[in-house]
Design a protein around this ligand. Structure first.
Ligand code: FAD
Length: 498
């Protein structure tokens, strides 16, 4: 069956990211792309922190970074500061980028362990430019600059999700994507193969298509309500199932990082934008009532609240199939693992890449769905393990919630990762899993899992040059940070240059 019309149901971040990416195909080989959204239903209204691969997405769709940041009132993000996770009063930073750099194929954290064993007292964080810049509230883009062997500063963005979707809408419509305002009331399936044939809006209009992208949010209008795909529930490992969000007035400075502060039955986020802060409290309804969650949030917000609280409910997990028949689910309709490491928009991004790579205008075959489902399933599982680590690697025993998390059973894949790290600091990256060694090392050590030994390869490095090179890395980073402007000043200058 030839594919000539693609219908996207939903106009949140997922819908408009998909539309913007697919807009390049409009008119090519007779393809049309239509997006249906309902202003009456609205969007989830949260989802403002991203991770570095998101930069590539914007480049891929041909967006100028400064235009996008100006439109979405965005800021730069160097990582996440975690407070009170390992135990109350603790704080650590999960940076983008790497600690130092590999020397002769040996991971930097193994070299750091060797230097510690030899009596050097400098913390690992000193060797992460992103961590140090964040600590001093500074930011600069450094690609193209020479600073010894240090790689460029890694960063992502904080964005106003509504403004970003509006920006993408303009771009997608400008390239020929058709937008239909309306609420889908009914979905009709082909009798023979069970594919979605068309959707009917409340005004009676029928919109038929060949391939449907379900971006309808938690409700999964096509993937679940119409096709009954099923959901794998991960709340045993990721038990938070509620959130309350409130935007607040900015307080002048704009921190170049997200804050994630653990509370007694969940955690609170703070996402600094140019014009305001995004705040929210993610919590577990088995251990906390909505009114208490709201009180904790309002007690801990800087700046005046700018809107009424937005309460959200979710079940962590994933759809049993992400691509089912002629429906591909992207965004919250595909699954949700909670926002702790800002991975949802990333999964939309990688879902779109896979969809584009697998798309054929000649047919839809089970092989496409199988490949999409297998690859996406692996991505979800690896991210899931990384998120669980934040909850299980804790000494907190001050609430029933933390006692549950500390003692819950965890997936074997995660147990193995922890075991190997404890032995001699090894991190094995499974296939092309999202989080690399720096991330695992930052969170493991940040939450109190320390290796007993270190890779013997670190001892194989030459004794004479190593301390010198080690000191040079530290010095280069200090020099770099001293030359960086304050984050807000960088944003102002960056946007002025447009
Ligand atoms: C508490 C919380 C915090 C989060 N924080 C982050 C974060 O920091 N970083 C991150 O990457 N992700 C985050 N996420 C996830 C992020 O919000 C989503 O991945 C992203 O917003 C995409 O949502 P969506 O477009 O899938 O769904 P939605 O925003 O819900 O959009 C659904 C769309 O479908 C339309 N629709 C639904 N039903 C119908 C119908 N019957 N007819 C017509 N249209 C319909 C709606 O009108 C809407 O346009 C967070 C999520 C939550 C819950």
């Amino acid at each position: 069956m030839a594919i000539s019309s693609i219908i996207i149901v939903g106009g949140g971040t997922a819908g408009w990211m998909t539309a913007a990416a697919l807009s390049k195909l409009v008119g090519k080989r007779g393809l049309s792309v239509t997006l249906i959204e309902s202003e009456q239903i609205g969007t989830v209204g949260v989802g403002e922190a991203t991770i570095p691969p998101f930069i590539n997405f914007n480049q891929l769709i041909g967006v100028e970074e400064s235009d996008m940041l100006a439109a979405a009132k965005g800021s730069f993000k160097l990582g996440i500061q975690f407070s009170n996770w390992g135990q109350q009063g603790d704080s650590y930073f999960h940076p983008f980028g790497t600690y130092g750099y590999e020397i002769d194929g040996v991971s930097f954290h193994a070299i750091w362990q060797r230097m510690q064993a030899a009596g050097d007292k400098r913390p690992l964080a000193y060797f992460s430019p992103e961590t140090m810049a964040a600590q001093f509230g500074r930011f600069a883009k450094t690609e193209g600059e020479t600073r010894g062997d240090l790689p460029p500063i890694n960063y992502a963005y904080h964005l106003d999700a509504g403004l970003y979707a509006a920006f993408l809408r303009k771009l997608a419509e400008g390239r020929g994507v058709l937008r239909r305002e309306g609420k889908v009331a009914d979905v009709s399936l082909h009798g023979e193969n069970g594919h979605v044939r068309s959707v009917t809006l409340t005004d009676g209009s029928v919109i038929a298509g060949d391939l449907f992208v379900d971006c309808s949010g938690f409700r999964g209008l096509l993937i679940e309500q119409a096709l009954e795909t099923g959901y794998e529930d991960w709340s045993h490992w990721l038990p938070c199932d509620r959130a309350v969000a409130i935007p607040s007035a900015g307080t002048g400075t704009v921190a170049p990082y997200t804050r994630a502060t653990a509370r007694s039955a969940g955690w609170q986020w703070e996402v600094p934008l140019q014009h305001r802060n995004g705040n929210g409290h993610v919590y577990c309804s088995a251990h906390m009532q909505d009114d208490e969650a709201l009180r904790i949030l309002t007690d801990n917000i800087q700046g005046a609240a700018l809107a009424d609280p937005n309460f959200l409910r979710f079940t962590t997990g994933r759809r049993k199939k992400f691509w089912n028949r002629n429906v591909v689910a992207l965004g919250l309709s595909a699954g949700f693992m909670e926002p702790l490491e800002s991975t949802s928009i990333h999964l939309i991004n990688t879902g779109i890449s896979k969809l584009i790579a697998l798309l054929s205008v000649d047919d839809i075959t089970p092989a496409q769905a199988d490949a999409f489902n297998r690859l996406t399933g692996k991505e979800y599982a690896r991210i899931r393990d990384f998120l669980i680590l934040h909850y299980c690697a804790t000494k907190r025993d001050d609430s029933a919630f933390w006692t549950y998390c500390r003692t819950m059973s965890i997936p074997d894949s995660l147990s193995e990762k922890i075991e190997l790290f404890r032995l001699n600091g090894q991190i094995f990256r499974e296939e092309d899993e999202l989080f690399a060694a720096t991330s695992w090392v930052a969170v493991m050590m940040g939450q109190g899992i320390f290796p007993r030994g270190y890779s013997p390869m670190a001892d194989a490095l030459e004794d004479t040059n190593l301390p010198n090179e080690y000191n040079e890395i530290d010095k280069s980073i200090r020099h770099l940070i001293a030359s960086m402007p304050e984050h807000r000043a960088f944003i102002d200058r960056f946007l002025e240059k447009r």
